[in-house]
Design a binder for this molecule. Sequence first.
Ligand code: G3P
Length: 221
Amino acid sequence: MSDFSVFVNFKTYKEASGENSLNLAKICLKFSEEGFSVIPVVQALDLYRVTSQIKKPVWVQHFDDVLPGKFTGWITPEAVKESGGEGALLNHSEHPLPPGTVKHLVSKARQNGLKTMVCVKTLGQLKRLVKFKPDFLGYEISEFIGTATSITEVSPKSVAKAVKICGEIPLIVGAGINKKEDLVKAKELGARGVLISSAVVLAENQEQKLRELLSALSEEN
Ligand code: G3P
């Protein structure tokens, strides 16, 4: 299994929701079986649909700071675990949380046997949140999210600094990653993986796009 992970964030795109989430997760699975580490990050509502068929790690995009009980409409870490989730993103720039909540959720996840990736959009935020010691940190400059401008291309220095700030904790980098050179660069800069969404989810042929991106890793290995 590769030590460089590709997290595919399904977000709430129609192309990766409902039955489409299962189709895309099966594509991710196919590459995992070829030795790549490709992790689908699905909506909570699609989690069980996917994990009931995919016997590889599947992550969820968020869970809430609530206990099982009188909390209508929230997502507990217990429910994520019970639904087969292996990990969760926290504090994605599209779902920001107060720092105290992030800290609490990292520890609740751990108690429930879930991994976490705490996302940040600035190096300042990274310096503050790294001390919560999640399993991964995700660095995404929000203005490049959903564009064809890759963070690795336009802000390599900040990625290198982020790697240093993270120390032992693996840094995953995202925003605008859309071509294989972006993965090569991310690896070169010391990142341990990428978070990708629109380039794969919205591709006319999702499998072909993912194969093209992953070819960067096989050429390197
Ligand atoms: O979490 C991944 C994401 O925010 C990056 O999105 O569409 O720029 O790959 P995208």
